[in-house]
Write a protein that binds this ligand. Sequence first.
Ligand SMILES: *[C@@H]1O[C@H](CO)[C@@H](O)[C@H](O)[C@H]1NC(C)=O
Ligand SMILES: *[C@@H]1O[C@H](CO)[C@@H](O)[C@H](O)[C@H]1NC(C)=O
Ligand SMILES: *[C@@H]1O[C@H](CO)[C@@H](O)[C@H](O)[C@H]1NC(C)=O
Ligand SMILES: *[C@@H]1O[C@H](CO)[C@@H](O)[C@H](O)[C@H]1NC(C)=O
Ligand SMILES: *[C@@H]1O[C@H](CO)[C@@H](O)[C@H](O)[C@H]1NC(C)=O
Ligand SMILES: *[C@@H]1O[C@H](CO)[C@@H](O)[C@H](O)[C@H]1NC(C)=O
Length: 461
Amino acid sequence: MASLRVGAVLLFAVLLLLLEVASAGLNGYFGTKSRYEDVNPYLVRDPLSLGPAAAGSGLPPSCAPLQLRALLRHGTRYPTAEQIRRLGDLHARLLRRRPAADAELSAAACPAAAALAAWQMWYNESLDGRLAPQGRRDMEHLARRLAARFPALFAARRRLVLASSSKHRCLQSGAAFRRGLGPSFSLGGDEVEVNDSLMRFFDHCAKFVALVEENDTAMGQVKAFKEGPEMRKVVEKVASALCLPVEELNADLVQVAFLTCSYELAIKNVTSPWCSLFSEEDAKVLEYLNDLKQYWKRGYGYDINSRSSCILFQDIFQHLDKAVEESKSSKPISSPVIVQVGHAETLQPLLALMGFFKDDEPLKANNYIRQTHRKFRTGRIVPYAANLVFVLYHCDQVKNPEEEYQVQMLLNEKLMLFQHSNETISTYAELKHYYKNILENCHFKEECELPKVNNTAIDEL
Ligand SMILES: *[C@@H]1O[C@H](CO)[C@@H](O)[C@H](O)[C@H]1NC(C)=O
Ligand SMILES: *[C@@H]1O[C@H](CO)[C@@H](O)[C@H](O)[C@H]1NC(C)=O
Ligand SMILES: *[C@@H]1O[C@H](CO)[C@@H](O)[C@H](O)[C@H]1NC(C)=O
Ligand SMILES: *[C@@H]1O[C@H](CO)[C@@H](O)[C@H](O)[C@H]1NC(C)=O
Ligand SMILES: *[C@@H]1O[C@H](CO)[C@@H](O)[C@H](O)[C@H]1NC(C)=O
Ligand SMILES: *[C@@H]1O[C@H](CO)[C@@H](O)[C@H](O)[C@H]1NC(C)=O
């Protein structure tokens, strides 16, 4: 009897160990629900570290930053009401399949289902996508790291323009960012300025809404992948682990279970029993499902996805132009630091408009294997607290007058390679030349207009 108990304890310990190992392997596959630390692992040890890449910025020593524009995704958030409803539904099914009387018997036959039935459903719909306490820390730490990286721009009493999407989680993120900078920073106004036409351009773009958002056939590839052989296998495996008939599960419920694993880690820093349902191979399939949706809804899938961000693109270059003009006429720079808080859906289209993370082949339901080494991995691009930073420099003692103004871009605090040169720095003139077509021809109003309907003709029908 005693040895049996020891055996059971040992077995339990081994199971726990396996759980740890398994979930550690899942972290890289949470797509847009990834923790920022999974992109920059050195932050786990020191959340204020500037990381190994901090050393060589590749800048001539005679360059000084003039203007910084940071586009941020809000920090770690709670699940949306919709996701919480689905999770409640799944959890209720697990509770139903376990009659209290033979709980022990059922636990032996189906340990995963028993563990999940015992898991406490602590999310409720009022949390609906709000910023989690971890999300506030994400933002405070990010603010402190940016200030440490660009001390001249973030020096005390310099003006900061802070704008945000109207969503609660973004406003709260903006406030946390400001707190992170400390009390001596003066804001333009007191408040975070709400600007949805810049930060939620997708809502305001009629063509995007009609062609993609509200179009049932637009996500055809996503639907096909949900029904395809790779997802089918994952659904069957999870059904079997939970001792549920496979008809009771579907891709959406399995995805919610996977999301819960990611949420528990990001919000509470725990490895939840939901994670034990998935192997690394399963996680790769679920990551692809997430990426596929982002690709068709926010990325290269449809041109209008990226074209709808023209308004933001133009705004960035207008402010860069203005800073260059001010510098040329020896005026103080009116907006040295511009911080704007939005969504993954704000950053992804802009990055697509600028040509980043574009694969040779589109992501489709039937090329999962061929996309194993794809560039378009949303967990690397837009985790929580993702940030895209443009820095304009003024450089002295240059050979060529064009080199007086130079630009760098950082994504998640790492220098990006410019599309036109594969280098981490570009003259501002060269950059504008490369994006000439977009600068001249991409205008929100024209891009987003729906073809005119002839009302007279319709009335007559
Ligand atoms: C929802 O959950 C939060 C956090 O667990 C809790 O503070 C809040 O009181 C709950 N609200 C309702 C309506 O149950
Ligand atoms: C939002 O930003 C755009 C572009 O800079 C500007 O034209 C518009 O007036 C702003 N809207 C608000 C409400 O501030
Ligand atoms: C919906 O999307 C499909 C596939 O891209 C497209 O063929 C169709 O024209 C779209 N429908 C509308 C109303 O835009
Ligand atoms: C998260 O949990 C890990 C492992 O238990 C621990 O080492 C780490 O300090 C925790 N991180 C935070 C921010 O609490
Ligand atoms: C940048 O590097 C990639 C990969 O090495 C290459 O395919 C691409 O052509 C290069 N682009 C330029 C502009 O040199
Ligand atoms: C609308 O359709 C009617 C009937 O087909 C046609 O007579 C009229 O010229 C059209 N109007 C416009 C503005 O195209």
